[in-house]
Structure formats: structure tokens, C-alpha cells
Write a protein that binds this ligand. Structure first.
Ligand code: ADP
Ligand code: MG
Length: 245
């Protein structure tokens, strides 16, 4: 795979400290990582090791206590909340373990919702685009149904279609297959692999060793520290030398 030599995401010396009644808790400690366009990255580690905290530094759902996260040169931790949500809408698709579709909207409406927020596609083209994304995810036949009426795997496929609504360059998925059976998880993985082939960059938190082994690059966290950053078993990834760190 040819990586654009320009880094897409640069995390520099990220620490995250949560203040708790029991005192300060260090969820991330001096993490450095650079991601390139078209990389499929998995993030592994025990429960509580800081995986969600780490990927939420990229989504801007949370901000580092110290350190910087820059995406194409924009240091996102410096953005105001309103600029952050505008930035997120255009640049990120987020997929969660529990799908988080809105129950009172149909499948099609769920996929159109981020387009309504972002205004990148005209009102006229939104339904057609949403349907095309549902088709890509293999669930277009459920377009007019409500999320409760379809299976977990189908809901996750819808959530992935929704994540693609504004054609973001980056997909962040936090245990996207954590609630799916093996066969359905495989479908989600294949969908992600196809998106990476098209040039998307994916950060995927997972507990599934087998799936992680098939990503291009595997990160391991332990107690908030990045203890390992190495290529997956696909053999198509060559690790860049970090100049920082
Ligand atoms: P993982 O996703 O690897 O299971 P998390 O990133 O969710 O772990 O959390 C890492 C650690 O930080 C955990 O011990 C968790 O309890 C703690 N933590 C996460 N969010 C908060 C918060 N908002 N306030 C206090 N502690 C938190
Ligand atoms: Mg988590």
C-alpha cells in the first residue's frame, strides 16, 4: 500500500488525566502516534487500558490534558465546541459498539441525519445518497424500517452507512464488532477493509485478536501507555519511523 507521505493524524505526547473523587487518574500517558491515509489500525488492550480515551482524542469527543492531536495540520484540541462539531461532521465517521441509531427515525432517516447537520449534500440528493450507502453496507432493503425491527448486525451496518454520510476521510470505530456474532463481525470487517481500499483511514478498537491481526497496524495499550505499535499480519503495511517520541 502506498501511503501518502503527509501524515493524516499526528498525536504528540498525549496525556489524559481524569479528576476523580479518589484523586487524579492517568488514563493516557505520553502517547505518540502518527497515522497515514489508507491505514487500517487496530487498538487493543485490556478493559480500562485507555482505548476509548485514545480514539476519543481523534474524534474530539474528549480532549487531551497535555499534548496535541493534529489532523491535516488542524490541532483539534484547540477548536471551540462549535468549530469542533463542524470539523467532526466533515472529517469523521464514528461507529460505536451499541450502534446508537435513533429509534424514532427510520433507517434511511438515520443515515440522512448527519447530512442534515453538515449541509455538504443538497436536500434533494440526500435520500439517494443515503440509499446508496445502505446498499454499500448491504442493508438497503431495511431503509423504511425502524432500528428496533432489524438485527444487531443489520443495525451496525446501518451505523456504518451513517458514519459514511458526509464521506469523511477517517472512521473511528470503538469495538464495532463487540456485540456481534463471528459471522456478522466478519461482514463488518470486510466492509471496513473495502473502505480502506478506497483510501479511508480506520481506527478500530477491538478485543478480537483474529480481526486485529488482519489490520495493517496494531496498537497495544497497557495502563494508558502505548506499549506496542507494529504491523498486522497482512504484510501490506510498512511502519513509518517516528521522528518524535
Ligand atoms: P477502555 O476503552 O480501554 O476500556 P477507557 O479509555 O474507557 O478504557 O478508560 C480508561 C480508564 O480511564 C478507565 O480506568 C476508566 O475508568 C477511566 N475513565 C474513562 N473516562 C473517565 C472519566 N470521564 N472520568 C474518570 N475516569 C475515566
Ligand atoms: Mg472502551
Amino acid at each position: 500500500m502506498n501511503h501518502n507521505p503527509e501524515p493524516l493524524i499526528v498525536m504528540q505526547d498525549i496525556s489524559k488525566v481524569f479528576k476523580t473523587p479518589a484523586g487524579n487518574f492517568i488514563a493516557l500517558e505520553r502517547v505518540n502516534a502518527t497515522f497515514y491515509r489508507g491505514e487500517f489500525v487496530s487498538v487493543q488492550g485490556r478493559s480500562g487500558s485507555g482505548k476509548s480515551t485514545l480514539v476519543n482524542m481523534v474524534t474530539g469527543i474528549d480532549r487531551p490534558t497535555t499534548g496535541t492531536v493534529c489532523v491535516e495540520g488542524i490541532c483539534i484540541q484547540e477548536l471551540s465546541e462549535s468549530r469542533m462539531s463542524a470539523w467532526r461532521g466533515r472529517n469523521l465517521g464514528i461507529v460505536f459498539q451499541f450502534f446508537q441509531l435513533l429509534p424514532m427515525l427510520t433507517v434511511l432517516e438515520n443515515v440522512m441525519l448527519p447530512m442534515d447537520f453538515c449541509n455538504q449534500y443538497s436536500v434533494q440528493e440526500r435520500p439517494e445518497r443515503a440509499l446508496a450507502l445502505l446498499k454499500l453496507a448491504g442493508v438497503e432493503q431495511y431503509a423504511d424500517m425502524y432500528p428496533a425491527a432489524i438485527s444487531g448486525g443489520q443495525q451496525q451496518s446501518v451505523a456504518i452507512a451513517r458514519a459514511l454520510a458526509n464521506d469523511p476521510p477517517i472512521i473511528v470505530a470503538d469495538e464495532p464488532t463487540g456485540n456481534l456474532d463471528t459471522r456478522t463481525a466478519e461482514g463488518v470487517f470486510e466492509l471496513f477493509r473495502g473502505l480502506v481500499t478506497q483510501g479511508k483511514t480506520i481506527l478500530m478498537v477491538t478485543h478480537d485478536e483474529e480481526l486485529a491481526g488482519r489490520t495493517d497496524r496494531m496498537l497495544h495499550l497497557e495502563d494508558g501507555r502505548l506499549i506496542n505499535d507494529h504491523p498486522g499480519n497482512t504484510g501490506i503495511h510498512t511502519l513509518k519511523q517516528e521522528s518524535t517520541g
